[in-house]
Write a protein that binds this ligand. Structure first.
Ligand SMILES: Nc1ncnc2c1ncn2[C@@H]1O[C@H](COP(=O)(O)OP(=O)(O)OP(=O)(O)O)[C@@H](O)[C@H]1O
Length: 303
């Protein structure tokens, strides 16, 4: 019979506990049980960090499982507030959010990572994605969006209503594709796009707004220049096959993987290769060989 070193350690620990030669984790359990009466989740996280990195409990994972919901309370509350959705429940992303400050405290206290004290390592790329970019794209006030839809939707004429309905339908179908919104300047393209964006965002979907110029970016809610959002290379002309400088684990990659619609306003001003770069990057990030990786793209401008 072969006993792995890990199993041997478990045997020795178990035997030590049965013979009462080793302490078990009851007192840490009790300490944390007393602490969870506190309404402040960050205090429970600090105590938990202190216990796992300086008191060497036998089974830190057990302690984490028993208290993790209490340690995520404030994070869940903030996320519900930010998204205006009280139905959001605790998820593995939220647990990961709590593990990050716990590991930070352990590093300050004992210069140890969670993996070194017997807990699972937090997923830092997931944390980045979860925190920054995805939230930024979902950070819209639902009441303001609903008000805007209620006021502006009845103002659309028949043609614009048709465009609105078509885009809503194809975006909800999630089949992907490209649409061009071509109209003369001042005829209401920005007005219509704002409405499409508001409708999708009010449904808690991600709709990314790219523009070719900084000025155009200020006209649309959440607008960003394509160069900044997509990390396009500056040497576009000399680069034969440019791609967006976005790695699969990055925060922006998560947004591009999840977004339902990408609007590129004033796209007639964009260099052709920047659209090719977006096409290539989306195919790669979404592991989908269809055009723009199967994402719905709306190119708007005065063609
Ligand atoms: N259906 C509508 N009802 C009321 N006002 C509208 C409507 N459509 C557009 N407008 C108003 O007309 C003006 C011009 O519209 P908008 O900026 O959307 O045009 P545009 O096609 O995007 O122009 P440009 O191409 O120059 O950016 C704005 O003040 C907008 O609020």
């Amino acid at each position: 019979m072969y006993i792995t070193p890990m199993r041997l350690v478990e045997f020795i620990q178990e035997a030590g506990q049965r013979l009462q030669l080793l302490e078990n984790d009851d007192h840490w359990d009790q300490t944390l049980n007393d602490a969870i009466i506190s309404p402040y989740a960050h205090q429970i996280r600090t105590l938990f960090s202190l216990i796992i990195c300086t008191c060497f409990p036998l089974n830190p994972i057990d302690l984490w499982i028993k208290c993790k919901d209490y340690m995520c309370d404030d994070i869940l509350y903030q996320i519900r507030n930010r998204m205006g959705n009280l139905n959001i429940q605790i998820s593995k992303e939220i647990y990961n959010e709590a593990l990050i400050p716990i590991e930070d405290i352990c590093l300050i206290m004992s210069n140890k990572l969670l993996i070194q004290v017997g807990l699972t390592a937090p997923n830092r790329p997931m944390h980045d994605a979860f925190n920054k970019e995805v939230h930024r794209e979902k950070l819209y006030d639902l009441n303001t969006l609903k008000e805007l839809i209620q006021t502006n939707l009845p103002l659309l004429n028949e043609q614009k209503k048709y465009v609105f309905d078509t885009l809503m339908k194809v975006t909800n179908d999630e089949t992907g594709g490209i649409y061009f919104l071509d109209a003369l300047g001042g005829t209401g393209k920005t007005f219509l796009i704002s409405l499409i964006l508001a409708k999708l965002r009010s449904q808690n979907k991600i709709a990314l707004t790219l523009t070719s110029s900084g000025i155009a970016a200020t006209l649309l809610e959440g607008g960003r220049t394509a160069h900044s959002a997509l990390k396009l290379p500056l040497n576009m002309q000399s680069n034969k096959t440019p791609t967006c400088n976005i790695s699969k684990n990055s925060a922006m990659a998560k947004v591009l993987q999840q977004c339902q619609l990408i609007v590129w306003d004033e796209c007639t001003m964009a260099y052709k290769k920047s659209l090719e770069a977006l096409n290539k990057t989306l195919k790669d990030l979404r592991s989908n060989h269809n055009r723009f990786g199967g994402t719905m793209v709306l190119l708007a401008g005065d063609f």
